[in-house]
Design a binder for this molecule. Structure first.
Ligand SMILES: [Zn+2]
Length: 403
């Protein structure tokens, strides 16, 4: 069993760094003094847990326990969104350290070494570009991307230099030697709460496909144009948007959202001539996303033809979803059962470092119930009881994999 008081105390202590005393929210952005303080604290915990600590070329903090050849990596992140919560990321890092410290104190024999990583800049708050540390570790980060700039016109690479992370041999940050990557994270949704379960096994991490659709009709006088001959781009777009919702009804893991709409000319007495809207499509299965993409676009085309308008679309962003390894899902499920909890599978709608790590290692994720599904907010909350049972379950899985 883990030392629950120590874990909860550390969670509290880390949450004091970057804390806004008025809102209670936490502000720890990459390459800032707040983040540096958090790194120092986490490094001291890693050392107390018997780990040697290293920083890689992009600033990932890596604690290593043991000298065996094979590696089980545990991790998450310690940066936050503006006015973020206490648990997002921090819980995963601190739970992983607690697990290693428990093993260290009991001198339990392992056949694999365990590494704990606190990834650099998962949230992307400062540069509008996140998952920097895990992208680099998965070999996905490019030198070009390091030129992205923050609001003060400082690039990622320049910020790195200020923290003595230069030159940056990105090639050396990439890892190919990890047998399994595991992450414990708060759910940030309401599924576990609805199921009345403290934890769940993540089967996959959904990723977004963003499309921008343009509907073009004819902009004419609202008084002088009879209804029967109109080429109204907005009524056509409305029918399209409702059709998208209907197409997604009844799907299990897929979601699609139209979140942004632009109407031109946007006048009270003018028939809309041009409408652009976005579609965010998510699933954990890449093929399902492509299938949805084509059926949606096909359907929009039909609506456009019937309504005598034209429709075009372009891809704004396509991110690859990730599936967790069935073997790690099974191991987590059997650890959950050992603790008398019903194993439950769910998907992650939000992105995580694990998504990138899936490119270089089998991944497994354990979710912890979030109160009200609230996250990226000072009200983010997971109960002490849930945190303790989740960490013990996670500990059991790590022991089964590393013993
Ligand atoms: Zn997170």
């Amino acid at each position: 069993m883990i030392n629950e008081n120590r874990l909860l105390q550390r969670l509290h202590d880390l949450s004091q760094i970057g804390r806004n005393k008025v809102t209670g929210g936490i502000n720890r952005f990459s390459f800032t003094s707040e983040e540096q303080q958090a790194i120092e604290l986490v490094t001291s915990y890693m050392k107390e847990a018997g780990m040697t600590v290293n920083v890689d070329g992009v600033g990932n903090i890596i604690g290593t326990y043991g000298e065996e050849n094979e590696t089980i990596m545990l991790g998450s992140h310690i940066d936050t969104v503006p006015d973020g919560g206490k648990y997002d990321g921090a819980l995963g890092v601190l739970a992983a350290i607690e697990i290693v410290q428990t093993i260290y104190e009991q001198q339990l024999p392992l056949s694999k070494k365990i590494e704990v990583v606190a990834f650099k800049d998962e949230e992307g708050t400062r540069f509008g570009f996140g998952l920097i540390g895990s992208r680099a570790m998965a070999g996905l980060l490019t030198y070009e991307e390091l030129q992205k700039r923050d609001a003060s016109d400082i690039s990622i690479q320049e910020a790195m230099k200020q923290f003595e992370l230069s030159p940056l041999p990105l090639e050396k940050v990439k890892r190919n030697d990890i047998q399994a990557y595991l992450e414990m994270h708060i759910e940030q949704g309401k599924v576990l709460e609805n199921e009345e379960l403290p934890v769940g096994v993540v089967v996959g991490i959904a990723a977004p496909l963003w499309l921008e659709v343009t509907v073009t009709g004819v902009s004419e006088h609202a008084g002088a144009t009879p209804m029967s001959i109109r080429q109204d781009a907005l009524t056509a777009a409305s029918e399209m948007i409702l059709a998208i919702e209907q197409m997604l009804n009844g799907t299990t893991n897929s979601v699609a959202t139209v979140g942004k709409l632009n109407v031109e000319p946007n006048g009270v007495n003018v028939i809309p001539g041009r409408v652009t809207f976005t579609i965010d499509i998510r699933d954990i299965d890449e093929q399902k996303i492509s299938a949805l993409e084509s059926s949606i676009l096909e359907h929009l085309q039909k609506v456009a033809e019937r309504r005598n308008v034209t429709v075009t679309s372009k891809v704004l962003q396509r991110v690859k979803p990730a599936k967790t390894a069935p073997m790690l899902q099974q191991q987590l499920a059997s650890s959950i059962e050992k603790y008398g909890v019903q194993p439950y599978s769910l998907i992650s709608g939000a992105g995580h470092d694990a998504m990138n790590m899936a490119n270089v290692a089998p991944i497994g994720m354990l979710f912890v119930r979030s109160k009200g599904g609230i996250s990226h907010n000072p009200l983010e909350y997971s109960s002490d009881e849930d945190i303790v049972i989740a960490t013990n379950i996670f500990y059991d899985t790590v022991m089964e994999l590393a013993k």
